[in-house]
Design a protein around this ligand. Structure first.
Ligand code: G6Q
Length: 550
């Protein structure tokens, strides 16, 4: 039945207007746009929460952002933001509130879920985490044999891994160098084996991080970790000194054998990929200490407040989200590259892949309508900048595809060394410049290039990018940067009319894997008529190979 809930975004007047606008401006180039407006860079740069964001190299005219903002209003973004902060159950397919913003809300404020203020609970867990971290870092929490903890191994996957891994890399400068941090996520035994290489079980603490505490990969790794620790420590009692859990599921934690006194909780209103500042961030707090973890939270909160209160025209996450919609849905880009010019942000693109694609990689609207008339989430990918320049940038500059880029750089290096930082940032600015303005055939010829090489040496330009520049990578800044993308994802979801907080698309593979496990392990050749021929062939071949090698 057609009705407001089931009608497509494409029927909105503001959507049509943007579609026409994209068509009408398709011949305009960034060269034209900059030539026509000498204050374009100032006009299209925005600043908040320590981030200076230059959108002027996006393919937009003076009218584009106001039109996108009108679309956001028409899509109910304002109401959706209010509903999220009010604790409404906006994750409708799982009937849950979405309150990662509560994880960084100061003690003095209130957020109600079903009439109950959740903020005191958040701070209670933060205090327990802080006291635990102080004891480990200070050498008061000892291993079973009385030795100090020197290595922390976080066992978790997806949202219980990517945030902690990213933060561990991003904040290494601030971390306690006497502690070694390792992360195990993959069910591939290699991941565990390599993570514990060189570690002494008597000095190793495992954090089993799992919201549900039922995740196959994490439990398999946690069992192997327990066996590894007990093989050396020889006593079940050792588990209490060498294993802590982060979870919402106390009964499964207890069933696994971890004392719930050593469990740090969180809540069903924290989505996995939005959980790095919940107790899932325990490894982060162990690394940088409670005080710096508070600074990280303060950075998140500052961006939350900006997102909640700033006018859409000046609102960093709203603009970031709307420009991603513009580039992908209206200009047809299939991917967005995230290119940090900071080695500490090496894992930031991987973190963003889950945040963006697990959130908005959807083809069904909130009302259950199949989306067949516009594109939703692009593929996000990236690598630290200068390494990428010697690898895939060729395609971004001269390939046939349009790949909008987010450049991220800092004014100050955390490791000043001679000219390194100027060289690094010169590359960052140069890449955005080259992408935007290219090099014309005439300019190439003027360099005396032989005619046969002119097409090869010409750069088309007009390739959009945003540059995010900040003073220094601090815990606070990282919080604001992550929250910028979290809320940009929220903004995109509102425009595309999808639910950014569920992930049904990961279920089918899990179910089928659970069906195949016994077929790989069974002694007798399993009945495989329920599989297609390809899958049955692969299973048979694997079983045959296993028998030979055993
Ligand atoms: C994230 C997803 C997913 C989840 C993992 C781990 O938003 O829900 O990546 O984080 O599947 O789940 P557990 O924390 O329950 O082990």
């Amino acid at each position: 039945m057609a009705g407001p809930a089931s009608s497509s975004r494409t029927s909105l007047h503001d959507w049509q207007a943007l579609s026409d606008h994209a068509h009408a401006t398709r011949q305009l180039t960034l060269r034209d746009l900059f030539a026509a407006d000498h204050v374009r860079a100032e006009r299209l740069s925005f600043e908040a929460c320590g981030l200076f964001v230059d959108h002027s190299k996006q393919r937009i005219t003076e009218g584009t952002l106001p039109m996108l903002v009108r679309l956001a209003e028409a899509c109910g973004l304002r109401e959706r933001i209010a509903a999220m902060f009010a604790g409404d159950r906006i994750n409708t397919t799982e009937h849950r509130s979405v309150l990662h913003v509560a994880l960084r809300t100061p003690r003095s404020e209130r957020i109600l879920v079903d009439g109950v203020d959740v903020v005191p609970g958040v701070h209670e867990v933060l205090e327990r985490m802080a006291s635990f971290c102080d004891r480990v870092r200070g050498g008061q929490w000892l291993g079973h044999t009385g030795r100090r903890i020197r290595a922390i191994v976080n066992i978790g996957i997806g949202g219980s891994d990517l945030g902690p891994v990213m933060a561990s890399t991003a904040l290494r400068h601030y971390s306690d160098r006497d502690l070694t941090f390792r992360f195990v996520s993959n069910v591939d035994g290699t991941d565990f084996a390599e993570a514990v290489q060189g570690l002494d079980p008597a000095e190793t603490l495992f954090i089993v991080a799992s919201k549900t505490f039922t995740t196959q990969e994490t439990l398999a790794n946690a069992r192997t970790a327990r066996a590894w620790a007990l093989a050396a420590l020889g006593d079940e009692q050792a588990v209490a000194r060498h294993f802590v859990a982060v979870s919402t599921n106390a009964s499964e934690v207890a069933a696994f054998g971890i004392d719930t006194a050593n469990m740090f909780g969180f809540w069903d209103w924290v989505g996995g990929r939005y959980s790095m500042d919940s107790a899932i961030g325990l490894s982060t707090m162990l690394a940088i200490g409670p005080e710096r973890f508070s600074e990280l939270l303060a950075g998140f909160h500052e961006m939350d407040e900006h997102f909640r209160t700033a006018d859409f025209e000046q609102n960093l996450p709203v603009l970031q989200g709307l420009l991603a919609v513009w580039n992908t849905t209206f200009l047809g880009a299939h991917t967005i590259a995230v290119l940090p010019y900071d080695q500490y942000l090496a894992r930031f693109p991987a973190y963003l892949q889950q945040l963006t694609m697990e959130s908005n990689g959807k083809r069904v609207t909130l009302a259950g309508r199949f989306i067949d008339d516009y594109e939703t989430c692009p593929v996000y990918w990236g690598e630290p900048g200068t390494n990428g320049q010697h690898s895939f940038y060729q395609l971004i500059h001269q390939g046939t595809r349009l790949i909008p880029c987010d450049f991220i750089g800092f004014v100050r290096s955390l490791n000043p060394a001679g000219r390194h930082h100027d060289l690094l940032m010169a590359n960052c600015f140069a890449q955005a410049e080259a992408l935007a303005f290219g090099k014309t055939e005439a300019e190439v010829r003027a360099d005396g290039v032989p005619e046969s090489l002119v097409p090869h040496k010409t750069f088309p330009g007009n390739r959009p990018s945003t540059t995010i520049l900040a003073e220094r990578l601090t815990p606070r800044l990282l919080g604001s940067l992550v929250a910028l993308y979290e809320h940009a994802v929220f903004t995109q979801g509102a425009i595309w009319d999808v639910n950014p907080f569920d992930q049904w698309g990961v279920e089918l593979g899990k179910v089928l894997a659970n069906r195949i496990v016994p077929e790989l392990e069974a002694e007798a050749e399993p009945e495989m008529t329920h599989h297609d021929h390809s899958t049955a062939l692969l299973i048979r071949r694997y079983r045959r190979g296993r028998r030979k090698s055993d």
